[in-house]
Design a protein around this ligand. Structure first.
Ligand code: AMP
Ligand code: ZN
Length: 492
């Protein structure tokens, strides 16, 4: 399949919007840094993964065959994102009195549940860091062989200064080595590093460290940055198309990834780097450490002191889509309520569209109305092809909503447009709503299921009342009221 539309992507490496050219025609390799599974994902994390889900969806919609790799970090990410100290997973295992792999499983399960609830499509491959220890050891050996890493006391460090004498370090995040050097503290004599900018690619496991593997340098574990270099190139090739993550990962994580790959494979690993901006709370980045994060379930249940009401997963998804992935988004009840209204407009229009029939339109494809529809449909693509501009695509979709409403209330007559243009409207609106935006329409089947469940509860309650078990029947009534279903006891 030939893809005719020209797509532009803002490449963090150049700072420019560039015309996207895949390495292999019609195919795309995309890697996105996944979660560190030591706790529940918060809404900030969810924003980043949802942004890349929409990007993935649109690439597929354009007709590309995309191999989408998103990893699970289950070892090597140390508390504070530094090179010394406890592993985040191991720390949680100690606090929760679990095996590290139990921690990994528990929070991986939660992550998968949340992704599913948000209607994010699973990646093509979801590799784990612990599943690629051998490959990581091979990379460390190769980087040592290239003279760009050194071993001290069972740990191996990447030699940033030596690397920088041959290749620029700091290109991605726009940092200069002199500035980096003047901003880092002197080594305190305790460190094994030759230079404070050096980073660990393999760490010796101290006796209390529970996550450990044999290596040529003794028992240890891989450095955090290494896994993404190893797993992205293993599944996508030494150079691949797109690498994404939150902008907080630009430095040092992605900068180190580039250095490792150039050192090991002799080539730049990624053609297009993409970074999403942060979800904030009153302007402060949402994070576990700042204590200002919402868990998805708190948001969906309205179970948080800052929430005026619950917000459905699709409302939250729509709220994310209303901003560009590269803009900061501040969380607020007003913005979510606006998203709720906007989503309702979209889904209502979608339902109206299902009851319309292309054959009934008898007008011309040159009419004003037909041209308006053709233009707004085209705008959906034009905006998405312009660095995935979701808010402007949503604006074009709102225009299509107005058209659908006008057809419904007969302001637009069946003689005002032709069947072909109606088909275009139908395909574009449905395709962008369901496939690109990833909005899941709560189906009638679901409502029927709910109705059935309510009937069963009412029947049980009737039996309880007949037995004069008012405590339990009142409990059911109160719980149903909490869920928004009012039960009135009357005759029958
Ligand atoms: P972590 O599990 O901490 O490695 O983070 C997983 C992903 O979530 C990374 O791509 C982060 O950049 C991203 N992330 C973390 N906090 C936020 C936030 N407040 N808003 C958007 N993305 C975030
Ligand atoms: Zn990564």
């Amino acid at each position: 399949m030939t893809i005719t539309r020209e797509l532009k992507i803002k490449n963090t490496l150049s700072g420019e919007k560039e015309i996207f050219k895949p390495i292999t025609e019609g195919k795309i390799g995309m890697y996105v840094c996944g979660p560190t599974v030591y706790s529940y994902v918060h809404m900030g994390n969810v924003r980043t993964f949802t942004s890349f889900d929409v990007i993935y969806r649109y690439l597929c919609y354009l007709g590309y065959k995309v191999r989408y790799v998103r990893n699970i970090t289950d070892v090597g990410h140390l508390v504070g994102d530094v090179d010394e100290g406890e592993d985040k997973i191991a720390q949680k295992a100690r606090l929760e009195q679990l095996e590290p792999m139990e921690v990994v499983q528990k929070y991986t399960n939660d992550f998968h549940d949340v992704m599913l609830t948000m209607n994010n499509i699973p990646p093509s491959i979801e590799p784990t860091a612990t599943g690629h220890i051998l490959e990581q050891i091979e990379w460390v050996q190769q980087i040592i062989k290239e003279g760009l890493a050194y071993e001290v006391n069972g740990s191996v460090y990447f030699d940033v200064l030596k690397y920088n004498s041959e290749h620029p370090y700091g290109e991605l995040s726009g940092r200069k080595i002199e500035d980096l050097l003047s901003n880092t503290r002197e080594l305190d004599g305790q460190s094994d590093k030759r230079n404070p900018l050096d980073f660990a690619i393999w760490k010796k496991a101290e006796p209390q460290h529970i996550m450990r593997w044999n290596s040529p340098w003794g028992e240890g574990f891989p450095g955090w940055h290494l896994e993404c270099s190893v797993m992205s190139t293993k599944y996508l090739g030494e150079t691949f198309d797109i690498h994404g993550g939150g902008m907080d990962l630009k430095f040092p994580h992605h900068e180190c990834e580039i250095a490792q790959a150039v050192a090991c494979c002799g080539t730049k690993p990624v053609n297009y780097w993409m970074h999403t901006n942060m979800l904030t709370m009153n302007g402060v980045k949402m994070s576990k450490s700042a204590g200002n994060s919402f868990l998805p379930n708190e948001l969906f249940a309205g179970d948080h002191e800052l929430l005026e009401q619950p917000y459905s997963p699709m409302t939250v998804r729509f709220f994310f889509l209303m901003s560009h992935y590269s803009s900061q988004v501040d969380f607020s009840n007003e913005a979510l309520q606006a998203a709720e209204k906007g989503l309702k407009k979209m889904t209502t229009a979608y339902e109206l569209l299902q009851n319309m029939n292309a054959e009934s339109f008898t007008g011309s494809g040159d009419s004003e109305t037909a041209k308006r529809i053709q233009n707004s449909c085209e705008m959906c693509h034009v905006k998405m092809c312009d660095d995935f501009n979701t808010p402007e695509m949503v604006a074009a979709m709102f225009d299509l909503c107005s058209v659908i409403n006008s057809i419904e209330n007969k302001q637009i007559k069946i003689t005002d447009l032709d069947a072909g243009t109606f088909e275009l409207l139908n395909n574009t609106f449905s395709g962008f709503l369901l496939d690109v935006m990833g909005i899941k329409i709560e189906s009638d089947a679901n409502d029927e299921g709910n109705e059935e469940a309510v009937n069963i509860l009412m029947e049980v309650r009737g039996l309880l009342r007949a037995e004069k078990n008012y405590a339990l029947s009142d409990l059911i009534r109160d719980k149903m009221a909490e869920a928004g279903i009012e039960v009135k006891d009357g005759k029958g």
